[in-house]
Design a protein around this ligand. Sequence first.
Ligand code: SF4
Length: 318
Amino acid sequence: MIDFSNPNDPIKNIIIPRVEELDETYNDLDPSGEHNYMVVPGLEHKYEDTALVLFNNVCGGYCRFCFRKRLFLDDNDDTINDLSEALEYLKEHKEIKNCLVTGGDPFITGSKKITNFLEELSKIEHLQFIRIGSKMLAFNPFVFLEGDLVERLAKIHQKKKLKIMAHFNHPNEITKDTIKAIEKIRKIGIMIYNQTPIIKGVNDNAKTIVELISKLIEVDVIPYYFFQMRPTAGNYGYSVAINKVLNILQEAFKELPGVFKNIKYTMSHVTGKIEIIGVVEDKIIFKYHRAAKKEDTNKVFMRKNNPTGRWLEEFEEI
Ligand code: SF4
């Protein structure tokens, strides 16, 4: 899919290493502190009603700006093959209402291992729905078009609602084959949501954002989150200042009808999922969309604006 005659090809920028990755401004492999919320091997429990299972440590390709690159390193111990302890934890903790199964990419091969695991989850009564985080619709839609993965998912979806959290960064990733795979999944009733970070050299302009949102809506995928790039080691060259992202989104939203504008721009901070609302004079407004401390959920707060700031700590407390 890469157009190698274009030095700025967005797909190339997603997947081919860039020299900027050697910049050591960011040096933390887990800046959102995911590991701190690992309650049993392979399972994170940060928000009371939500659990996150790190199903595997392989992906369809390796996004250069990946915030979970620690999973792909040799000394990773955040993912394990045997998820029986994670299953037991989910069964015992009735406050958990939904589970996000991610990785890596749980759909990398479309094997029975993932559907067997989802089947087990579907038996847990207190789970209302199950989300699966996957970029396979972009990396390899054939995993859904060939074999019987979608048929197996359909059977589980009848028992417990499944939702796919897709990861399209640029409209060029939505090819004819991807659209066929989306149609096949939508036909069995599974909703597909999209989340993407704003990435320098990939989607950091209003025109691309308008195209991406319009295309997603056209193919029946719900645009859900825009993320601020996490300050993960190697990612500095891919991140964009928060004020610049706000301007890009403001410009893009002028071009879009109201129905597309419920997308949230957020930062997955160690303290919670923080929505970035906007700048007023010399202040920037944030809101806890989800918070690790339950009492902070929905709390709106202000910090001194910093036009070059890329993460919460770069905005001074008032
Ligand atoms: S799809 Fe997600 S987990 Fe996989 S490499 Fe890309 S950002 Fe990382």
